[in-house]
Write a protein that binds this ligand. Structure first.
Ligand SMILES: Cc1cc2nc3c(=O)[nH]c(=O)nc-3n(C[C@H](O)[C@H](O)[C@H](O)COP(=O)(O)OP(=O)(O)OC[C@H]3O[C@@H](n4cnc5c(N)ncnc54)[C@H](O)[C@@H]3O)c2cc1C
Length: 473
């Protein structure tokens, strides 16, 4: 450490005045006019009361905040979009390093590359890139921050054609635990570059990403909402699996939402709500989607040529802060038994916004070697996520019990989990995210870049020098 703890405390307390004088951004403390708003996570189950929130205005601010926090003995939390499912981007009594103002995006049309600060969201990037006929494979919800999404992997509407967000990552600027600003790429700090592609926030704070962008302009897509029966869901899974890479569908077994495109009399009906992106010729997309349309008379159908960013209009509801529980797994199979139990469970759903998210992957995402990045689940075909959103704290027990019960039922079919869809579920589940040799390799990188585990508010990988021999060069 280059900092001295006595310089960062006054009368035994962290000297936040000193921190404020050292940065361009703003330090917000309890009692500050925006503190109550700033401290809230999107998942209100995990509201926290930090000692201070640093709104960083530069990578240098981030580095200063890291050095200050460590020297002052403050627990660190890192926040970009604030959508952490387990609420790890808040911390009681600690220092939240908030990157949400670091949103600069610069696009080089000639090389089809983009430099994007980590506080930008999918909804910030998609329209900026669309102006150049480009897109990045990110996630399904516009307000999710790239800082958290990309470091975990980033699985969205272009995954089958262009892979995960990390598969388009060329380099990143990272603030390490000792407050250094370094670059990570295939040729610079290659071990760090490997680890931040799927290993989450364990290894440092990414301040900027450099991406290879994909040539995506107009797509054929929108929402196709069908009645949810076992046969419809089964055929949807089969058709998605057999479809060309251009087609990625993110679907939800849910009650038809009160959206403008759903006829009023059908709102609340149990449905398979498919959010569709076909990123090729729209005429081909229409043909590829016809068998899906033929599965059943639609409750709603908005499929049409549209600009790619328009897909982010469909999950605005997921952007609203509320109480959320998620239980998720990857798998090679989804059995009829699982589909039956999902449908049966929905009869006792604890809230109107109860969802079972089904995703069919493969394609480009599946063709990357499992050890090329820290996201190992390349060969899994499916992801099933039980998700409940609700409002009142008094409903917590009901919602959590329902989600856990359904998850326990489908769990024997599971073969790992995507780290970004984990809640606070313990070390064993973290090891399911980093299966095989990956956890040991991550632990060795952690020992090199964050030996004291200062970045531990995440799906935590503990530093391990013992395992360092397992680390690839
Ligand atoms: C409604 C919703 C929809 C989602 N949809 C998808 C989806 O389609 N695809 C998908 O892949 N994921 C999805 N996710 C999961 C999402 O990727 C994770 O929750 C992600 O961590 C959120 O990132 P954030 O920056 O918004 O969150 P934050 O709460 O700001 O951060 C979450 C964690 O990420 C780490 N982190 C944040 N910023 C940085 C940084 N700059 N550098 C290093 N580490 C950092 C920290 O460990 C932090 O605790 C979804 C989540 C929600 C709540």
């Amino acid at each position: 450490m280059s900092t001295n703890s006595t310089n960062h405390r006054i009368n035994g307390r962290p000297d936040f005045v000193k921190l404020q004088s050292a940065i361009l951004g703003e330090v917000v403390r309890p009692g500050g006019s925006t503190f109550d708003e700033d401290r809230l996570a999107k998942n209100l189950r995990y509201a926290s009361e930090p000692a201070a929130i640093v709104h960083a205005a530069s990578a240098a601010d981030v580095a200063t905040a890291v050095r200050f926090g460590r020297a002052a003995g403050l627990e660190l939390a890192v926040r970009s979009g604030g959508h952490s499912i387990p609420g790890y981007s808040g911390v009681d009594g600690g220092l939240v390093i908030d990157l949400s103002q670091l949103k600069a995006i610069s696009i080089d049309a000639a090389t089809r590359t983009a430099r994007v600060q980590a506080g930008a969201t999918s909804a910030d990037l998609a329209p900026a890139a669309h102006a150049y006929g480009l897109a990045l494979s990110t996630g399904d919800t516009g307000s999710v921050g790239l800082g958290g999404l990309v470091t975990g992997g980033g699985i969205g509407f272009l995954a089958r054609k262009y892979g995960l967000a990390i598969d388009s990552l060329l380099a990143a600027q990272v603030v390490t635990a000792d407050g250094e600003i370094v670059r990570a790429s295939a040729t610079e700090n290659a071990d760090l570059f490997w680890a931040i592609r799927g290993g989450g926030g364990n290894f440092g704070i990414v301040t900027e990403f450099e991406f290879q962008m994909a040539p995506v302009g107009a797509v054929y897509g929108g929402a196709l909402v069908l009645p949810a029966t076992r046969d419809v869901i089964r055929r949807y899974l089969e058709l998605s699996d057999a479809a060309p890479d251009e087609l990625t569908i993110i679907s939800f077994v849910m009650f038809a939402p009160p959206a403008p495109f759903v006829p009023e009399e059908r709102v609340g009906e149990l449905s398979l709500n498919m959010l569709v992106v076909y990123c090729g010729d729209p005429a081909d997309g229409e043909a590829v989607l016809q068998p899906f349309r033929d599965l059943a008379p639609a409750i709603a159908d908005t499929l049409a040529p549209m600009p790619y960013p328009a897909i982010y209009e469909y999950l605005k509801v997921a952007e609203i802060p509320g109480r959320v529980v998620v239980r998720s797994q990857m798998s090679y199979e989804i059995s009829d038994d699982t589909l039956d139990v999902i449908l049966k469970s929905m009869e006792t759903a604890p809230s109107p916004l109860t969802l079972v998210n089904l995703r069919v992957y493969g394609g480009a995402m599946g063709r990357v070697a499992p050890d090329a990045t820290a996201f190992v689940h390349r060969d899994k075909k499916y992801m099933t996520s039980v998700i409940v959103h609700w409002d009142e704290e008094t409903d917590d027990a009901k919602a959590l019990a329902w989600a856990q019960a359904l998850f326990e039922y489908i769990r024997p079919e599971g073969a790992g989990v995507y780290a970004n869809f984990l809640d606070r579920e313990g070390e064993r589940r973290v090891s399911e995210a980093y299966a095989g040799a990956t956890l040991a390799r991550l632990a060795a990188v952690k020992a090199k870049y964050d030996p004291d585990n200062d970045f531990h508010r995440n799906q935590n990988v503990k530093p391990s020098v013992v395992q360092s021999t397992a680390r690839a060069a």
